[in-house]
Structures are given as C-alpha cells and as structure tokens.
Ligand binder design. Structure first.
Ligand SMILES: [Fe+2]
Length: 308
C-alpha cells in the first residue's frame, strides 16, 4: 500500500537517480565503542551538509565526556569546506550520547528530531522524575520533523519519513537517493532493531520497515549501527532496498507481520539493556544537553533503582 508521502519519496529517489546533481556525497564515521555510524552528507554543488546521529564519547565509570568522535566530524567538515545546515537525529538514542550541542557550537546547523520526541520526553521525564524545568514540548530542538516534511540540503531535495517501532519518534531522512533509516533495519545479515524500549512496538516496526521496503530496489540505505554478523568479520553500513528484500534475516520477502512480531518479541526478551541507556536517554531527550547543574554547579545523571 503506497501512501502519498511514500509516493513523494519514491518520486524524489527516482528523480535523483536520473540527475547526478541530486546525488549527495555520504561519509560514515564508525564509533567502535557504541557501534554507531555518524554520517556527514553533503551536496557537492553548494557544499551544504547535514550531520546525522553524532556521538559524544562518554565514560560511564567516571562520568567524563570527550570529543574524539565529534572532532573527527569537525575535521572532515572543515577539510572538505562544508557548511553544516542540519544536525539530524533519527531518534533519541539509548546507546550513545549525542554530540549535537558541541557540533552546533563548532559548525552551526539546525538541530532536528522527530515530532514524537514529545512522547518520549513524557515517558522518560516521568521515569527520571525530571522537574518542571524539563520541558516536554521538544523545545530543546530547533526543528521537529513530521511524516512527509520536505526540505533541502543545498540543491538536493529531501523528505522525512516517520518510522516508529524501535521508539515512537524514529524518523528516516531521505536525502536525494540516500536513506538514513535510523534503528529500523540493520545490515541484511544482522536483521532489525529491537522494539522493547518504552514506547517501542514490534508490530509498528514491521509496518515501518515494509514501508521503507516500498522504495525503489536500488535505493541506497545507510544503517545507524552495525555489530558485524556471524560469518562477517568487518563492519559494514551501506545496503540497498533490494538486498533487504532478498536477504534480511528478519524481514526478507515472505516474512509476515505475525511471524516477525513473534521473532522480535522472543529475541528482545533475551537482550540486555545497552550499557549507556541511562545517561544516553537523559541527555538525548534534552537535545544532547546535560541535565541542569545542581547548586554546586555539577550535572548529575540519575539511575532509577528497580524501575526498569
Ligand atoms: Fe536506537
């Protein structure tokens, strides 16, 4: 079933594939500590760039942040002479902290996430017992994307797709012919993202994935994470819609919704929470900012005991 937004996305990708001016340059930065891929995407004609899903290095034992991952992005942007106009988050990540505020200070750009972040802020605001100073209206971000919001990266057409399931707020960003699909599918040999976080829903995830799979087969897909896979010894993060149809171990053609939901639910029950979930969520729902410092000037990350 092709909805109107999807039709628009398909038209954009087809137009891009017919016009090399609509094809962005994509550079991935792999973070070994959290298995995250940060992307710098740019329009070669105007040098306008977007940074997608940046990583702030964080040591959970000491509570220290550092900037090696973010500085690699800054160095690349500067050496390529790019002008960052967007800092995009596919969702409020639970496995790493966003470096968006640091990058915004160094490089500029508008920070954006999906509109349903307000729902995520509500849920985690409650869990962490955040005070009223923590606004649950998405105002920590410069822009909130809805399904089917069109925008531009330089001269290149772009559109956002709401792809909930892993979290209620997940977005995929389609820039020219390239899809940054966040935590929906992973590489075909690894499968799909978990759907058991608060607000997650395996049935919704299946629907979001099938929607992405309606895009043209040649469409380039860029993963948010890679963990290698049995029989594969190197990290990889680029695939195509066609490859996912043919060989995604969880959602290849022929796998129905009920079968997927059963598999996903069983598998999620065996997964431990990510090591950095507590700091990540508290920081990322604030647009990558630390919680307000206490009266001694120090910010604290909370850990709810026996609540999750
Ligand atoms: Fe995630």
């Amino acid at each position: 079933m092709t909805d109107q937004v999807l039709q628009q996305a398909i038209a954009q990708i087809e137009a891009a594939r017919a016009d090399s001016n609509q094809i962005p340059v994509v550079k991935g930065f792999f973070d070994q500590a959290t298995y995250t891929i940060t992307y710098v995407v740019h329009d070669p004609a105007t040098r306008e760039a977007a940074v997608i899903d940046s990583v702030l290095d964080y040591r959970p034992n000491s509570g220290r942040t550092s900037f090696a991952s973010a500085d690699a992005v800054v160095a690349y942007v500067n050496s390529e002479n790019l002008k960052v106009t967007w800092l995009l988050e596919t969702h409020a990540h639970a496995d790493h902290l966003s470096a968006a505020p640091y990058l915004q200070e160094k490089l500029g750009g508008k920070l954006a996430i999906g509109q349903q972040i307000t729902h995520v802020q509500e849920v985690f605001g409650k869990l962490f017992n955040a005070g009223t100073e923590f606004e649950r209206d998405g105002s920590q971000f410069d822009h909130l994307f809805e399904d089917g919001h069109t925008f531009k990266l330089g001269n290149i057409e772009a559109i956002s797709l709401h792809v909930p399931g892993h979290t209620p707020a997940d977005m995929a960003y389609i820039i020219g012919d390239a899809v940054f699909l966040g935590d929906t599918m992973f590489m075909p040999d690894y499968g799909t993202a978990r759907a058991d976080f608060p607000g997650g829903d395996a049935r919704q995830l299946y629907k979001s994935i099938r929607r992405l799979l309606e895009l043209p087969r040649e469409t380039r897909l860029f993963m948010c994470h890679d963990y290698k896979a049995p029989g594969r010894d190197t990290y990889a993060w680029e695939s195509t819609v066609g490859a996912q149809h043919d060989s995604n171990v969880h959602v290849h053609d022929g796998v129905g919704e009920d079968e997927f939901v059963e598999m996903r639910t069983k598998r999620d029950a065996t997964l431990d929470l990510p090591e950095l979930i507590m700091p990540s969520v508290q920081v990322n729902i604030r647009g990558g900012h630390m919680p307000e410092p206490e009266d001694n000037g120090i910010s604290y990350i909370k850990i709810p005991v026996n609540a999750v």
